[in-house]
Design a protein around this ligand. Sequence first.
Ligand code: FES
Length: 158
Amino acid sequence: MTDVLAFPASLLAIGAATAQFRSALPVADLPRGALRRVSFGDLDVLLAHTDRGLVAVDDRCPHMSAPLSLGALEGCVVGCPLHSGRFDLATGDPVQMPTTGGLWPDGRYEPVWTPPGREPKPDPPGIKAEARRLTRVRRVRYYPVRVTDGTIEVAVPG
Ligand code: FES
């Protein structure tokens, strides 16, 4: 029996509460520690087999939308391949901010990452730096997932 990870109900993706379950892939194709993208029309979903069970979320980093399916899964934390942000799939929260800095979900500012032992990098001037500084990292959004007759199913709208 494959466990399914419980997730915060407040982080359910829009439309997922009333969506039908749809076939995603055989559970045997997603061993523990694996990440896989499954697309339903233009909706890309990340299936992750964490150490606490299966979970389905948007395959878009809550920072700048990079595909988390190309990242790395450690336990229950997925790392983004683009700016090294890390997100806890049990809570939906960022646990490490992207190297670009920006705003935490609650609005706190995080500066650009600086290697240990170096002087903090000043934010460069310009509209791109301003956009980066004001980009708020969101929480992960979830889709209900279940296993039926050896197949992973996900409730996605549409
Ligand atoms: S897009 Fe994922 S950390 Fe920036």
